[in-house]
Structures are given as structure tokens and as C-alpha cells.
Ligand binder design. Structure first.
Ligand code: FAD
Ligand code: EPU
Length: 297
């Protein structure tokens, strides 16, 4: 960062030069030069307001489970560190965006509330899951989302119920400087044993179809309408394709795995090779599901 950061921004708790390898599930990337970790909504709002006032670009990070970071990132990165308190009101639960996503699904199950079983194998934070409208096994967040709270790009607080067009498959409008602060799920009273059994079934399915023993970022590409990206990549014969320590998983072709020493550049190169070969073989343009952060050419 060539420009000095303003004093009010620097009052927000922050750390310097944190490797993205520690902030992402894929375990690659350069340094996060400025990692801001507000512990209150007010501090998060102060961060957004200061950046808006100064015209400073910034980014928001959750659990880093859907992210490939190329090189160092100089622009300030916001990662919420709000107290992990889950509030229950009847069959509704509200949690801060920085709450662990799987931990939230487990808390709901332990409380005998049904509706978040689908979420029990999706890592990352609740905020990232709302932003991505994360889903599995025929359900996605918008199906249970009753209300959510976010900061606007100008630093205003908004709390509302979801409306048509705000959430789609692996997409929401919560980008472009919007920060999810918390979310409320409308769940239903359930039979604790049945909830546990459903969670166990989903976990078992994941265990057999996804390469969970190696670092990865989930599915790399979105499924094209009516098709499975994994099947298309598999049919193109790309399982096991490798660039350095980055590999198209032999278990599930839409997962790229890190054999230990992969670099972000290797993942970017492998993604490009996969896209090209699927285009050539099937005439389908795959759209990345993972977000790619890059600041330096
Ligand atoms: P990050 O990776 O940190 O960020 C992802 C995006 O969300 C970025 O654009 C970031 O800027 C934005 N973001 C993060 N926090 C906020 C916030 N508070 N406000 C606004 N924007 C924010 N995904 C599925 O949908 N279904 C699955 O079944 C699934 N399975 C997976 C399995 C594995 C093993 C892994 C590693 C990943 C899987 N994923 C799956 C992908 C990933 O876990 C989800 O997309 C997850 O919801 C991302 O959350 P995160 O907090 O890690 O977000
Ligand atoms: N398939 C293959 N070869 C492969 C992988 C899959 O032929 O290498 C076939 C499977 O046999 C199956 C079909 O493709 O017939 C679909 O595969 P799977 O059931 O594994 O589901 P998917 O479409 O690949 C989606 C989500 C996952 C989510 C699962 C379970 C996307 C991009 N992926 O995977 O989400 O966990 O369904 O609901 O939507 C993610 O988004 O990161 C993610 C992991």
C-alpha cells in the first residue's frame, strides 16, 4: 500500500502480513498485508465508512473456503471477528457472520431444530455462506433465510428479509462492498435422532464422493444449467491432471487438490487448462465458483 491508511481505520483491530496459506482452505497465496478483524459491528462499520470516505478499495474474507489468492494483497481485507453468540427465538436462530458455518449447523441440530442439515458439511463462515447462497443436497441458504443484516458500501446498516432476485444458485447481490453481519434462519422443530441421521447420511455421501483428506476449495466451477461440471471434467479425461502440486482430484473432478506444496499460480494454470479442455471437448464454458483475488499482474 503506497498510501498511508487514515487514523480512524487504524483504530480497528488489525494484523500485518498474514499468509493467505493460513487464511484459506486451499493453503496458497501471498501475504495479506492488512488484515482488519473488527470485534464489533461498530468497528466493522467504521472500517467500511473510512474506506468509502477515502475512496480506498477493500475486500471481505470469511473462512477462505471458496477462494484462490494470487500473490500479495495490499488492499485492506476485512475479516469479521464478532462474538460467536447464537440467539434462539422459538424456531429461529440468529448468528453473527463470523460464526463457523458447520458449527452453526451443529448447534441447530443439537437444539433439535431441522433445516440446516444441508449445511453440515459446508466449511467457512456463515457470512460467506449467505454471500455465496451456499447449498447442498437440493437445499440452499435462501430456503431457510428469514432475515439478514449487512453493511452497505456507504457504511449504513440494513436489516431485512430476503427478496426475489437477491439470491440465486451460488450467487447473491451481497457483493460490491456489502458486508453480511448476521443472519437469521427459520427452522422447524425436528426429531433430534432424525436430524442426526440426516447429517450422518450427508457426511457419508461427501466422504465417499469428495476428496476431503487434501486441502481444497470445494467445487472449483459452478454447475452449468442442467449439467454437472464434475462429470464434464471427468468425461474430458482430466482426473489426475497435474500442474506442480495442484491436481484435478481423481475422486471428484470438480475439486482441485493441493498435494502439499502447490502454489496459487499452479492452481490458476490448472483451472485454465481444465476450462480450455472442457470447452474443446464439450463446447461448454465453465464459470468459476471460487473467487480469485489478484492485485499484481
Ligand atoms: P470465503 O471463501 O472467505 O469468501 C467467499 C466469498 O464470500 C468472497 O467473495 C468473500 O468476499 C465473500 N464473503 C465472505 N464473508 C463475507 C461477508 N461477511 N459478507 C459479504 N461477503 C463475504 N459450497 C457450497 O455451496 N456447497 C457445498 O457443498 C460446498 N462444499 C464444500 C466442501 C469443501 C471441502 C470446501 C473446502 C468448500 C465447499 N464449498 C461448498 C465452498 C465454500 O465452503 C462455500 O462457498 C462457503 O460458503 C464460503 O464461505 P467462506 O466464509 O469460506 O467464504
Ligand atoms: N460425477 C462424475 N465424475 C466426477 C464427479 C461427479 O461423473 O468426477 C457425476 C456424479 O457421478 C453424479 C454427478 O456428476 O452423477 C453429480 O456429482 P455430485 O453428486 O458429486 O454433485 P456435484 O454436482 O458435483 C454439487 C455441488 C456441491 C455439493 C454437491 C452435493 C456444485 C458446483 N457442486 O456437486 O457443492 O456439495 O452437489 O449437493 O454445485 C461446492 O459448491 O463447492 C460444492 C462442493
Amino acid at each position: 500500500m503506497t498510501r498511508p491508511l487514515p487514523d480512524d481505520l487504524l483504530k480497528v483491530p488489525h494484523r500485518r502480513d498474514v499468509p493467505f496459506a493460513r487464511l484459506t482452505t486451499l493453503g496458497v497465496g501471498g501475504l495479506c498485508r492488512w488484515l482488519f478483524e473488527p470485534t464489533t459491528e461498530g468497528e466493522a462499520q467504521a472500517f467500511v465508512r473510512a474506506c468509502a470516505r477515502e475512496g480506498l478499495p477493500w475486500r471481505v474474507l470469511g473462512g477462505g473456503s471458496n477462494l484462490v489468492v494470487l500473490g500479495d494483497i495490499d488492499t485492506p481485507v476485512l475479516r469479521l471477528a464478532l462474538p460467536k453468540i447464537v440467539q434462539r427465538d422459538g424456531t429461529r436462530i440468529t448468528a453473527p457472520a463470523s460464526h463457523g458455518h458447520i458449527a452453526l449447523a451443529e448447534a441447530a441440530a443439537a437444539a433439535g431444530l431441522s433445516g440446516l442439515e444441508f449445511a453440515s458439511g459446508i466449511p467457512g463462515s456463515l457470512g460467506g455462506a449467505i454471500r455465496m447462497n451456499a447449498g447442498a443436497y437440493g437445499r440452499e441458504w435462501v430456503d431457510v433465510l428469514a432475515r439478514y443484516r449487512f453493511i452497505t458500501p456507504d457504511g449504513e446498516l440494513v436489516e431485512k428479509a430476503p427478496e426475489a432476485g437477491e439470491f440465486k444458485y451460488r450467487w447473491s447481490f451481497l457483493t460490491g462492498g456489502r458486508v453480511v453481519l448476521s443472519a437469521t434462519a427459520q427452522l422447524a422443530e425436528g426429531n433430534p435422532a432424525a436430524i442426526r441421521a440426516q447429517v450422518a447420511e450427508y457426511r457419508a455421501k461427501r466422504g465417499t464422493s469428495q476428496p476431503l483428506s487434501k486441502r481444497n476449495a470445494g467445487c472449483i466451477f459452478k454447475n452449468p444449467p442442467g449439467q454437472s461440471a464434475g462429470r464434464l471434467i471427468d468425461q474430458a479425461g482430466l482426473k489426475g491432471l497435474r500442474v506442480g502440486d495442484a491436481e484435478v482430484s481423481p475422486e471428484h473432478a470438480n475439486f482441485l487438490v493441493n498435494h502439499g506444496r502447490a502454489t496459487a499460480a499452479e492452481f490458476a494454470e490448472l483451472m485454465e487448462q481444465v476450462r480450455t479442455r472442457v470447452r474443446e471437448r464439450h463446447g461448454v464454458e465453465l464459470e468459476p465458483e471460487v473467487e480469485i483475488w489478484r492485485e499484481h499482474p
